[in-house]
Unconditional design. Structure first.
Lengths: 410, 445
């Protein structure tokens, strides 16, 4: 079969999957609560991805993934835009500043705990995952997703106000991971211009701000609904294209653009409308793409050990940091130590970061496909494990907090 | 403000390109960047064109031309500017281009209603046949007459020279259904002229492919024995028949879907367009014909036509923009600059031939004065099919210099037709009173 035809078939499969995903029904009724949450988390799509990838029916081949890599950036750009557009200053102001300190502290603390543990393991056992391995794991590990917590809140109906704050926290704590991950970007294109990573980061941020202002102007000039859709696709393709060709982070650039747009009177409502339409299909498509890159031969005893350490360290990091935050920042409130368990689930941002890692790193950092695939295997399985245990742990977290709240009231 | 925004975007793109050129990054890596750029600039240039009462697609074309690789060939002193949409990038985007064309072909088929065709069948057939005969013979005859003054025919005998002129004549008779549909959708035109324009261009699109294949099969063995990629007529007819059958099947498939589901219709049609492209590639079908037939079936053999057209029109703005911007990028301005006197002569004689053929047909079918006066405006635009023919003819000659020159002349004329055609058609629709939306910035599609 010709390459072009195979690429076309791959695109058809991906778009069809996204299309079918829009018809997916959320489970209602007498199903087990944990099962309903798992179904809603899109975990199934990750497993379908593994089935259609090179470890399964090999429909989404390595070659196809590499051919589609420029356009996969569009998905990453979408994630960045969705994430950035959450930071509306009007909403941010409603939450007390102490909570933000707490949110970012737990993410930074988790980052350092994971990075330190993996750094020590790598140094002690002389593992060959590359010097960036602990930081990649830490960047992705400190990110949480709100999906399971939101589903749990919807299921339980009555939850304490603290849980609402936790929901916000799981939505926005990824900012730490995104910034940390962006600092790791090798940017071979720019490095020929001989600039340091800090300046490179600065250029990336400046470019994103410039584009954000430019797109704000664009939105103001566009009134027609069809044209607004065109504008969104154009924006994502353009920024995804910039990220891909300059080896920048599409997530980071679009996060800043999303932030600028959502805080504009005219662009804000527009971005909300546009992003809401495609949020779920794009998220599920990301899961599918990530799953398709899993290769079972890299699932070794060592990977299994690393996955166990990663999952355990991550939960430990979240629980310890939340307990610390409770003791230091909120001594008057009774926050259950179990609150950290609500951060177990890893959402779209961490998945996008894993894909970003795969599209940017192969030729630039390690040059060693085995190492790359091993790290990816650890990430994919960890995301699956976290998704599997998160409904149980999240429910524990909610009931723990409700209990603490009741005790405090009585 | 719009100008300023476009200039800012160009500035950003220039800086990015300078960085990418310095780093010698892979040109293919720039495909999404270039695609995003033409979407954003084309969008604003479409608005700007509209302000000057020009069709939006002219703005999209200009966007593509500016971003394309041929500006740099004309102005080599702009050392830093190599065109954002370089030839490799344009090739890389061919699937996007074909996808857009498939969606346009769906619309073309959907606009062909049996009642309208029944009413106009005589006029449509007469106009199409008169174009296929008169335009071909007038353009070929004129070129043959002036061939002794054209350097490229030096050393060629009269018979061979006549055959080459005949090939150019055949290519001149082709139109661009995409341009016609884009203008009709943009101006929301309705009426006799609109019906004739769609009917004739769709019919001519099929007839021209057959005529070109026959001409190439007969002429190329004489002009270049042992060369040329002439497809046999039987193979072509088989492919056309298969395309019609597949188109009918897909049409009924879409009808079934539209009846059963109300959600995500545009996405479904988008997926089907991709499937048509894959099938056409694999089974050697004419993907445009498949889509036209499918659109025709949906419109005429179900009640779903209105939903179908509505679903496609929701995506019409990005589709037209991408298609015409990529077409603009592929317009060989360098050929036009080099060979402009001949290209201009062909352009002028073609216009006269089209006016004459249309007027004659309208007189025979006793159309009213309004149609007589403005219907010729619909048949000037040329794009994808004609460019494809020009490339085939150019590549078929063993003498590469001659082949390239011939291709350059034909493409030069097509460039002029593609730029002027949509503008003149919009003018024609406006003057005939069939255009209902003159300023599409506010109305939308």
């Amino acid at each position: 079969m010709e390459d072009s035809l195979q690429s076309l078939i791959g695109i058809i499969i991906l778009v069809t999957m996204a299309y079918l995903a829009t018809h997916q029904k959320i489970f209602h009724g007498k199903y087990n609560a944990n099962f309903k949450m798992l179904a809603g988390s899109g975990l199934g799509m990750l497993i379908i991805g593994i089935c259609v990838g090179s470890s399964g029916f090999n429909i989404i081949t390595k070659k196809l993934f590499s051919d589609l890599a420029p356009f996969i950036q569009l998905l990453l750009a979408w994630v960045g835009l969705i994430f950035g557009s959450q930071f509306k200053t009007s909403l941010i102001k409603k939450i007390p500043p102490l909570y933000y300190i707490g949110i970012f502290f737990q993410a930074i603390a988790t980052y350092f705990i994971i990075a330190t543990i993996f750094y020590l393991i790598q140094s002690y056992f002389h593992l060959s995952y590359g010097h960036l391995f602990p930081f990649i794991m830490a960047s992705i590990g400190c990110v949480s997703g709100p999906t399971i917590l939101s589903l749990a809140i919807r299921d339980q109906k009555t939850v304490s106000p603290l849980i609402r704050y936790l929901q916000v926290a799981t939505s926005i704590d990824a900012i730490v991971g995104i910034v940390a991950f962006t600092l790791l970007f090798p940017s071979t294109v720019i490095e020929k211009l001989d600039v340091s990573p800090a300046i490179n980061f600065g250029i990336m941020a400046s470019l994103a701000i410039l584009l954000g202002i430019l797109f704000k102007l664009y939105v103001r000039l566009t009134t027609n609904r069809n044209e607004q859709f065109l504008l969104l696709i154009g924006m994502l393709t353009f920024t995804g294209g910039i990220a891909y060709s300059l080896h920048y982070s599409a997530i980071f650039i679009n996060m800043i653009i999303g932030f600028i747009l959502c805080n504009d009177n005219k662009a804000g409502p527009w971005i909300d409308r546009q992003l809401a339409v495609g949020e779920r299909p794009f998220y599920l498509l990301l899961l599918l793409v990530l799953g398709s890159q899993f290769e079972y031969q890299y699932f070794t005893t060592m990977s299994f050990t690393m996955i166990s350490i990663f999952v355990f360290t991550r939960i430990l990091g979240k629980v310890i940091s939340i307990s610390f935050v409770d003791k230091v920042l909120f001594p008057d409130q009774v926050i259950s130590y179990k609150s950290g368990l609500a951060f177990t689930f890893q959402g779209g941002v961490s998945i996008a970061m894993a894909i970003s890692f795969l599209t940017i790193y192969p030729t630039n950092v390690s040059g060693n496909q085995t190492i790359l695939q091993s790290i990816l295997c650890i990430l994919i399985i960890s995301i699956i494990v976290n998704a599997l245990i998160s409904p149980y742990l999240t429910n524990k977290s909610i009931s723990g907090n409700n209990k603490s709240n009741q005790e405090e009231t009585s | 403000m719009k100008f300023l925004t476009v200039i800012c975007l160009f500035g950003i793109m220039l800086v990015l390109q300078m960085i990418l050129n310095t780093s010698n990054s892979d040109v293919i890596e720039r495909a999404p960047l270039a695609l995003g750029f033409i979407m954003l600039t084309g969008h604003l240039l479409g608005h700007i064109a509209n302000r000057f009462n020009l069709p939006r697609i002219t703005g999209y074309l200009i966007g593509g031309v500016i971003a394309g690789p041929y500006i740099a060939k004309i102005f080599p002193e702009l050392f830093f500017f190599h065109g954002f949409l370089q030839v490799d990038v344009v090739n890389q985007l061919s699937t996007v281009d074909k996808l857009a064309l498939t969606l346009i072909a769906f619309t073309a088929g959907g606009e062909c209603r049996i009642e309208s065709i029944k009413k106009s069948i005589k006029s449509i057939l007469i106009i199409a046949i008169s174009h296929m005969t008169l335009v071909v013979s007038i353009v070929a005859g004129f070129l043959f007459l002036i061939s002794s003054y054209m350097n490229i025919f030096d050393g060629m005998n009269s018979f061979h020279c006549f055959l080459v002129c005949l090939l150019i004549g055949v290519i001149s008779s082709a139109n661009s259904p995409a341009s016609i549909i884009a203008i009709i959708v943009e101006t929301k035109s309705k009426g006799r002229l609109t019906e004739l324009a769609i009917g004739v261009t769709v019919l001519k699109d099929i007839l021209v492919i057959i005529l070109f294949t026959i001409s190439v099969s007969l002429i190329m063995p004489i002009l270049a024995p042992g060369h040329g990629d002439a497809k046999s007529i039987m193979i072509l007819l088989r492919e056309l028949l298969m395309s019609i059958i597949v188109g009918i099947g897909i049409g009924y498939g879409i009808i079934f879907y539209l009846k059963s589901f109300e959600k995500q219709r545009t996405v479904f049609i988008f997926i089907l367009s991709l499937i048509i492209l894959a099938m056409s590639d694999y089974l050697h079908l004419e993907f445009l014909l498949v889509a036209i037939v499918a659109g025709f079936v949906i419109e005429n053999f179900s009640k779903q036509g209105i939903h179908f057209i509505h679903s496609i029109e929701r995506a019409s703005t990005p589709v037209f923009l991408v298609f015409f911007a990529i077409t603009g990028a592929g317009l060989h301005l360098d050929s036009l600059i080099k060979l402009w006197p001949i290209a201009l002569a062909i352009f002028a004689i073609r216009i006269m031939a089209v006016i004459l053929a249309t007027w004659l047909s309208n007189t025979i079918t006793k159309e009213d004065d309004k149609i007589k006066k403005y219907s010729w405006t619909a048949f000037l635009a040329q794009a994808g099919v004609s460019l494809g023919f020009a490339k085939l003819v150019g590549a078929a000659f063993p003498d590469e210099t001659f082949g390239a020159q011939l291709e350059g002349i034909i493409i030069g004329a097509i460039v002029l037709n593609e730029i002027a055609g949509p503008i003149i058609f919009k003018w024609g629709l406006t003057k005939s009173g069939e255009a209902t939306v003159l300023d599409s910035t506010g109305g939308g599609h």
